[in-house]
Design a protein around this ligand. Sequence first.
Ligand code: R5P
Length: 302
Amino acid sequence: MPEADAAPKERKDFAVKTPQKEIPAFYLRGTEGQDWGLKSRMARIFNPESGRTVMLAFDHGYLYGPTTGLERMDLAIIPLLPYVDVLMCTRGALRQCIPPECGKPVCLRSSGGATILKEMSHEMLSVAVDDAVRLDAAAVTCQVYVGGEKEHETLRNLSQLINEGLRYGIPTLGVTAVGRELARDSRYLGLATRVIAEYGAHFVKTYYCAENFDEVAAGCPIPIVIAGGKKLPELDALKMCHNAVQQGALGVDMGRNIFQADDPVAMVQAVRAVVHGGETPEKALDLYNTLKSEGRKTRKAR
Ligand code: R5P
């Protein structure tokens, strides 16, 4: 039995004249009304100081098999870990290739059911929420094909994932997957991101569009992160990141433009400088080139 508190009553200080300190409003749009656990997970995803995030997407294998740059996830991803805020991947990649002691929050790919060899939008939920809990997921995610042939099914997947995640305080990232037949313009992306937000997702991943991306971001009441898409020259990729965050995105969830770069470790640091440091694309490219040549020297010296 614990000992009774033996300190004399006069030594206790309840600061009775000081009003209870209220917790300040949560720093992320659209999250204020959520429970503590969900906010805590969102705070692991979006850096509380910058309010932004650099997520590393390497879930491509669930659709494309061994994607260029990810042939060996154990070799490709581990060197990037110190520079990313969140890992977006499948449960297979996580269990086989990522050391749990890395301490990085995980946004768990929870949809599947199709590959590049068939109709890619033909998805179902492939991970039960209790496995997401076992994997200590900070968030779960699925694709949504707004306007596509599987619009109804993928919106149903999104609803189910949100409902199940909410039972455990796990936020859902809705991904706007754009079928080949649809234009990635602000009209479409504005519609798709808004639909996902209204279903109750907690953040959304979409593509950047050169025209009126600020309107896409303004019309979406939850945080937006951008996908990188196909590999671009490094400066173009950094410009895209810069423009997106200047126009209202709260970060990136980027894959190929990092792991397919000539020097992925240098590239992720350049992306970080833009997203968290507000660096210009040109300065970030200088950083990339410096880190790349330093990396070469170190590798040669070994
Ligand atoms: C689809 O395969 C995934 O959601 C990817 O994670 C996503 O497209 C982001 O990767 P990237 O920056 O390579 O487009």
